[in-house]
Design a protein around this ligand. Structure first.
Ligand SMILES: NC(=O)c1ccc[n+]([C@@H]2O[C@H](COP(=O)([O-])OP(=O)(O)OC[C@H]3O[C@@H](n4cnc5c(N)ncnc54)[C@H](O)[C@@H]3O)[C@@H](O)[C@H]2O)c1
Length: 327
């Protein structure tokens, strides 16, 4: 493994768990983040370098100071609904600025580049389980911004970069140690919203659409523990370093392989919290796919990766975290 890895978005939810997983392997994560959405308290396992992924000069300074041999790129805006309202802002921050980061990666000859992509690139599923070979048909500017980066990484691979796009399904849970977890503002993700509603820390949850072509009419999602996601990044780095040096780009699904409807996830949250989850029914949110469940065979085969913590454990960790997190 390289001694230093640049982790963009390392002060965010998933990035902070990735930094912890790297540190556990003896690697120093250099967190590169604007802190626009991230938290200083979440940077605990290596130095923080404030900077924007679109700022090539700042990236050069950070490369000169820390000499990272690899990049894990998680920085970006993440809200599907907001991206529908502000498409240009999303495409600029997530795609255009990533082009500057990819240029820096090529300039500094990094050995591996791991990118946070999303299952949302698949759009409306054409099969029950989505494999990496499924067509790419984004429904939102957010998903489009990720698909564009994947295309750019394909181009960079032809110029010698070794890259992997990790298509996450729904990240959930928190570090079992309790010092980091999900803290978005505003929070738009189901499990923290359901847990907060159950604990009386937030208003009733709004269920976004109950007329989808699914068994109970709510969207079906595949929830994956953030600790399992973090582990996959470490494995992807190791895998890339074992690939030939003439460049390559591969995509991997990271999910649990099982789908739960929003209604099922709410019921499971109520069972584990031993309290009802107050909720109301609202309209669909633009840009949402009815069902997103991953075929995760490729990550198992190539990266030797398996999810280890199921939905119940994700909810338990979320409950513990939401009771104590800084607000
Ligand atoms: N959370 C999920 O379920 C999920 C699912 C699929 C993909 N992803 C992707 O994973 C990544 C991390 O998601 P998260 O939930 O941890 O989000 P997050 O908002 O907690 O973290 C993102 C971080 O990126 C930083 N950032 C944003 N724009 C930046 C820029 N231009 N330069 C430098 N830093 C910048 C923010 O300050 C923040 O700390 C994102 O790219 C997201 O699209 C997340």
């Amino acid at each position: 493994m390289p001694q230093q890895v640049l982790v963009t978005g390392g002060a965010g939810y998933i990035g902070s768990h990735v930094c912890k997983a790297l540190a556990e392997q003896g690697v120093t994560p250099v967190c590169y983040d604007t802190l626009e959405k991230g938290h200083r308290w979440a940077v605990r396992w290596g130095p923080l370098e404030r900077g924007d992924i679109g700022d090539g000069e700042r990236l050069d300074e950070v490369f000169a100071r820390h000499r990272p041999r690899a990049i894990i790129h998680l920085a970006g805006y993440i809200e599907v609904g907001e991206s529908v309202r502000e498409p240009e802002r999303y495409l600029h921050n997530n795609s255009t600025k990533t082009a500057a980061l990819i240029d820096a990666a090529l300039r500094h000859a990094v050995e591996a580049f791991v990118f946070s992509s999303t299952c949302a690139v698949y759009g409306v599923p054409q099969s029950a389980l989505l494999a990496e070979t499924h067509r790419i048909a984004p429904l939102s500017p957010y998903a489009e911004s990720k698909a564009r980066v994947e295309v750019a990484l394909g181009g960079a691979a032809a110029r010698g970069l070794r890259a992997a796009s990790l298509r996450y399904f729904n990240a959930a849970g928190a570090d079992p140690g309790g010092c980091i977890g999900e803290a978005h503002a505003p929070e738009t993700h189901l499990l923290p919203l359901a847990v907060d509603a159950a604990l009386g820390l937030a208003p009733p949850l709004t269920l976004l659409g109950t007329d989808y072509p699914t068994e109970d009419g709510s969207c079906v999602r595949d929830f994956i523990h953030v600790g399992d996601l973090a582990d996959a990044h470490v494995r992807a780095l190791q895998w890339l370093r074992g690939q030939s040096a003439d460049g390559r780009h591969e995509a991997f699904n990271l999910g649990s392989g099982s789908g739960y409807s929003v209604r099922q996830a709410i019921a499971e949250t109520a069972r584990i919290a031993r309290r009802p989850v107050p909720h109301q029914v609202g309209p669909r949110r633009a840009g949402d796919s009815p069902r997103l469940v991953g075929d995760i065979a490729k990550a198992g085969r190539e990266l030797g990766w398996r999810p280890t913590r199921d939905l119940s454990q994700q909810i338990e960790d979320t409950l513990r975290w939401r009771r104590t997190m800084p607000r």
